[in-house]
Design a protein around this ligand. Structure first.
Ligand SMILES: Nc1ncnc2c1ncn2[C@@H]1O[C@H](COP(=O)(O)OP(=O)(O)O)[C@@H](O)[C@H]1O
Ligand SMILES: [Mg+2]
Length: 372
């Protein structure tokens, strides 16, 4: 869909290329995240794709059509662009800012008004409260939402997003990321997404392109990058917690095992036999309505071989938090295991205990993914 062939950019008056001999292909419907230290050429690549600047050599095509042969206004009207500093026009209202590209397309007033409200709502803003405000009256998070809404106004198939969530605090950023991921599963736009944050890259990218000093060092899926960093630079950029980061790529449900061993309070005296029969190292205490309320692990029983029923209940309740939603990540599971001092966690499907995940399963998964 977007293809760069041997692209080099040397800015006027510079001797060192900002981007050098870049070959990169981004498939239709894919989010490719450009990541790398400040000044490595990420924004320069975006600006070349929508022809705000021209490459010194090489070719850039979108759907097989060379960008350099396309009318720049037409090109930019069909590419959504979210710039690094949000770039809302300060003396225009939110609605006017979002309407810029639809106006260029010659849409009529009614269609524009409807679309503006639809986009504001899509981005989690209340149209009646937002549309007539000026950018200075918005919070950072609201401005970023408006910036993204503006870029999506005419539903362009291609989006260029330059640190789109860079100017907000981490909690708001995390919300914006989640919401955008949810939108993208429906939109399937082709997206170039720039960030300098490796965690954001891992979370947002179908693929990640890692740059340094104008050169593409490695391009691959998050799993490929994390399991097979190509060199020391990539390894350093990822950080010491490389394997834990890899665990952020998988949900607990992907490795959970069904039919967890469970027990009611009145059966507690038989727990040893039950766990032995089921070859379980962890057994979940459930109440009359089968709702999980605790966990007993084999180590408890080995340490306290003559524990009374009351004591067993106490031990179970001491791990009342050893349950995790099936959609959480393996890295979250690891954290819960450490917090609740257990190698086993119950996996919840809504209110139901649907499975069990173990430290051994996580280790097995990590080593398998490393080898892939
Ligand atoms: N308009 C410009 N004129 C000259 N040099 C520039 C210009 N814009 C960017 N550069 C240089 O090109 C390199 C890449 O910049 P940029 O693409 O903005 O990096 P990034 O977005 O990765 O931080 C940097 O060394 C920067 O100083
Ligand atoms: Mg930049």
């Amino acid at each position: 869909m977007i293809e760069l062939n041997d692209v080099t950019k040397i800015y006027d008056g510079q001797t060192v290329p900002a981007v050098e001999s870049l070959d990169l292909k981004i498939n239709e419907g894919e989010t490719c995240v450009f990541v790398g230290p400040s000044g490595c050429g990420k924004s320069t690549i975006l600006r070349m794709i929508n022809r705000m600047i021209e490459q010194t050599s090489g070719t850039i095509t979108i759907n097989g059509e060379e960008v350099r042969g396309t009318d720049p206004d037409h090109l930019r009207m069909n590419i959504g662009y979210v710039i690094q500093q949000i770039g809302l026009l300060p003396h225009r209202t939110v609605a006017e800012n979002v309407a810029i590209v639809p106006r260029l397309h010659g849409w009529d007033k009614d269609k524009i008004c409807k679309r503006v409200d639809e986009l504001l709502e899509l981005m989690g803003l209340i149209p009646e409260e937002t549309r007539d405000k000026y950018p200075a009256q918005l919070s950072g998070g609201q401005m970023q939402r408006v910036g993204v809404a503006r870029a999506m106004a005419v539903d362009p198939p291609v989006m260029l997003m330059d640190e789109p969530f860079g100017a907000v605090d981490p909690i708001v950023r995390s919300h914006l990321q989640d919401e955008f991921l949810r939108l993208q599963t429906e939109m399937r736009k082709t997206i170039c997404f720039v960030t300098h944050d490796i965690n954001e890259a891992i979370k947002m990218g179908d693929t990640i392109a890692i740059f340094t000093k104008g050169h593409l060092v490695q391009h691959g899926t998050p799993q490929e990058i994390l399991s097979k960093p190509k060199n020391e630079f990539v390894r350093d950029f990822i950080g010491q917690d490389r394997v834990v980061k890899m665990l952020t790529l998988f949900q607990v449900r992907s490795i959970a095992k069904a039919n967890p061993c469970t027990i009611h309070e009145d059966e507690l005296p038989n727990i040893r036999q039950k766990m032995k029969e089921q070859q379980a190292r962890g057994c979940f205490l459930v109440d009359q309505s089968e709702a999980p309320c605790g966990l007993i692990i084999a180590e408890d029983l080995e340490r306290e071989s003559d524990a009374s029923q009351e004591r067993l209940k106490e031990l179970a309740f001491s791990r009342r938090g050893a349950f995790i939603d099936q959609h959480l990540l393996l890295s979250d599971a690891l954290s819960y295991m450490l917090e609740w001092d257990t190698d086993y966690l119950g996996v919840m499907n809504g209110q139901d205990l649907s499975g069990v995940v173990s430290m051994a399963d996580i280790r097995e998964c990590a080593s398998r993914k490393e080898g892939d």
